[in-house]
Design a protein around this ligand. Structure first.
Ligand SMILES: [Zn+2]
Length: 91
């Protein structure tokens, strides 16, 4: 997967996915699931911190922490809600 280093959302999304803090549902590509523990999320922060923008700087600590927190809140917890719903209500 590719990352747009000049876009905070893209940078954080990439870092979370590549450190397995989050994953994309294999059946619903628009559903992001939170699967990692604190270690994975910390790892994601450092990975995002190491992504260099096109102007040679990296993202600010506070901006990263805020965006990581917001993406984790938006992610489904542990399993895809649409898959779960499908299992409960076949057809
Ligand atoms: Zn799903």
């Amino acid at each position: 997967m590719s990352v747009d280093a000049d876009n905070l959302q893209s940078t954080v999304r990439y870092a979370l996915l590549t450190t397995r803090a989050t994953t994309v549902c294999p059946f619903h590509p628009d559903v992001i699931i939170r699967v990692g523990d604190d270690g994975a999320e910390t790892h994601a922060y450092y990975r995002a911190r190491n992504i260099i923008k096109s102007d040679g700087t990296c993202w600010d600590h506070d901006d990263l922490m805020e965006e990581i927190a917001s993406q984790l809140v938006q992610a489904a917890d542990g399993e895809c809600p649409r898959c779960r719903q499908h299992l409960r209500h076949p057809n």
